[in-house]
Structures are given as C-alpha cells and as structure tokens.
Ligand binder design. Structure first.
Ligand SMILES: [Cu+2]
Length: 371
C-alpha cells in the first residue's frame, strides 16, 4: 500500500513538473509575440472565421425556416387568431430585420478592424446624435410593438359577449372533460369538487336545477360563427388548454377557474377542404407538463355549423339521464323537474315557453333559447 502511494506521489510530482515547464514555455512565447507586435496567422484566421460563422449560421437559419414552413399551422380558424397571427409576423419581420442589421455590422466590423500594427485607433469619445438615434429609434419601435400587443391582448381577454355559448372544459390527469349547458338554457349547473366521484367526474351539483340538462362529452364540439366562452378548470394539477388551429391557449389551474372566449370561423369540414386532408381533426392539447401521461393528454375537437351543433346537442342525453342514480341527490322540491330529464333524456325536455318539437324547428327554437 505504502509503495502504491509512494509511486502515485512520484507520478504526480513528475506531472506537476511537466505542467509547470509547459506553462513557462507558453508564457515565454506569448511575451515574445507581444514584443514583436506581429499579429500572426491566428489573428487573420479568427477575423475571417467571424463572418464565415455568421454566413453559415444565417444560411442554416434560413434553411431551417424554409424546411419547417410546410409544417407551420394553417391560417387561423378564429377571429382573434387573425389578429395574433398578423401581429406575430409583423414582429417577426421587425426583429429579424434588426437582428440581421446589427449582426452584419458586428461581424463586418470585427473583420474589418482586426488587429493591424500599422493602424492607430481613433479617439472618438462621444457622438450625441448617434447615441440619441440608437436609443430613440428602438424605443419608438418597441413602444409601438407593446401598444399593438396590448390592443390585441385587450380584445382577446375582454368580457365575452352576453350571448356567448358557454362550454366548460375540465382538465385532469390525463384527459379533458367537456360539459355543455344542455338545450334548455345557456346555464351550466353549479359544481363542487367534493361531489367528484368516478362517474360525476366534474362534480356537478344536483341541487341546482341548471345541472339537470348538463351534457358531458369526451369530444369537444364547438359551434362555428358564434362566440364561445370556454370556462376552464383543473381537477388536480396545472394543465393548459391549447387549441392550436383556433389560436386559443389558457392555463387550467386547480382552484382558480380561468376562461377564454373566441369565435370559430372554419368548421372541421371546411378545414378538411382547406388543408386537403380528409383526416384533418382539430385538437385540444395539454401544454403544461402535468405528469407521466401528459404526452397523451389530448381531446378531439369538432367545429360544426351552428345548426349541426344544435342538432348534435339535441341527440345528447344529459348526465342525469345516463346516470339516473344521481336523482337521489336532487332535493324533493326539484324532483319532478329532474324526472323529465331521466325519463327520455334531454331530447324531449321542452325549452321554457316552447312546445316540444322534433324537427329543424326545434333546433332553431333551441338556438333562440340560447340567446
Ligand atoms: Cu395536462
């Protein structure tokens, strides 16, 4: 053991001496180069490498953009999406121009003013006009960008129109649940997280009469051309609602309901035609890493013409109709009303003040009652 330690110590000592020797050689060479004041080959190579790296980097950037362009999202399918996209591309143009202007100056100057022993540096202490220009111009451009962004943000986050169709989306590990206010009125029943169980996944409160016609769906159906207000909830951890084609994105936060309203402008069928893809489907993806199954946390979305949407809704049975056992939770005074929904589903539940109808007339009646 002692021998091994002694041997290692000797090896380390030799290595230390070698390193010290190297260092002295290196510093000597450095000093002599300084003395001679000759820039040497390395200076020229480094100077030339700077613009070369810039050109190669720019070419790679342009190539990746062109290569990825066909995979970009198609033009937005919502009204506000047109504004956010326009703003995005304007800003992209501005920052790309600024990037290339400043980078070209940076790299060209670095090359042009490489070390030259024959050139003396100019003493140039101040130029107020130049400083003012490069401060004020970017400041104005930035202010305009912030103002444009604020205007779009203000519109997106404004209160939803009073006639907006309300849909609730609840995120949980690892899927989404949509709830519709049914055909009777545009009111979702109240909820309570304490009422959540294996069947009542969003905790619908059956003591509220607005709950009776609530419809649960695993696919998100959205009517086209009318304002839709998404009420967003999370059951467990942070999730995030992202409808890329509709340019809708909002976090789903446990204990803190969020919302996002928008107006879809293209139905799924129209998108199939536009993208030339008969398999096209809108998607709702979770964009908040929420656990092991996050990657698969998505929901199919179907955008329908408003009449088709109403027709679809009419075919849906309410949660109460499919789960009649929840009638037990309905207070006695509301039992009779709730029974209407369990007997034959929401299909035949008459809208207030309307006679039950069964053809297209009822669809428009239902539409009218939503307003
Ligand atoms: Cu998630």
């Amino acid at each position: 053991m002692v021998y091994i330690v002694g041997l290692l110590a000797a090896v380390l000592l030799v290595l230390t001496l070698v390193v010290l020797n190297r260092m002295s050689v290196f510093t000597k060479g450095f000093a002599s180069a300084q003395d001679a004041n000759t820039p040497g080959m390395a200076n020229k190579i480094n100077a030339a490498l700077l613009p070369i790296v810039f050109l190669l980097g720019s070419a790679a950037g342009v190539w990746s953009f062109v290569e990825a362009a066909p995979k970009f999202l198609p033009s937005p399918s919502s009204e506000h999406g047109v504004h956010t996209d326009t703003m995005f591309w304007w800003f992209m143009a501005i920052v790309t121009t600024a990037f290339f202007l400043t980078s070209i100056l940076l790299f060209v100057f670095a090359f042009k003013y490489q070390y030259d022993p024959k050139r003396r540096a100019t003493f140039y202490p101040v130029n107020h006009r130049l400083e003012l220009a490069w401060t004020v111009v970017p400041a104005i451009v930035m202010a305009i960008m912030v103002f444009m962004g604020w205007r779009v943000w203000r519109d997106i986050t404004s209160e939803a129109p009073a006639d907006a169709y309300v849909i609730e989306v609840t995120g949980k590990q690892f899927n989404w649940i949509a709830r519709y206010p049914g055909v009777d009125n545009n009111k979702l029943g109240s909820y309570n997280y304490k009422l959540i169980d294996a069947t009542n996944e969003v905790g619908i409160d059956m003591t509220d009469e607005n709950s009776f016609d609530d419809v649960i769906s695993n696919t998100l159906y959205i009517p086209k051309g009318v304002p839709v207000l998404l009420k967003i909830r999370a059951r467990d951890v942070l999730h995030s609602v992202f409808l890329p084609h509709l340019r809708v994105k909002m976090d789903a936060v446990p204990g803190m309901p969020t919302k996002f309203w928008f107006k879809a402008t293209k139905s799924t069928d129209e998108m199939k035609a536009e993208t030339n893809d008969p398999k096209f489907e809108y998607r709702l993806n979770c964009t908040e890493i929420c656990g092991q199954g996050h990657f698969s946390m998505k929901m199919n979305v179907v955008v329908l013409e408003e009449e088709d949407f109403q027709a679809w809704l009419k075919t849906q049975k309410s949660f109460l109709a499919t789960n009649a056992s929840y009638l037990d939770r309905v207070p006695a005074r509301l039992k009779a009303k709730a029974m209407k929904y369990t007997e034959s589903g929401s299909e035949e539940a008459p809208a207030e003040g309307e006679a039950p109808a069964d053809s297209t007339a009822s669809a428009s009646a239902a539409t009218a009652s939503l307003r």
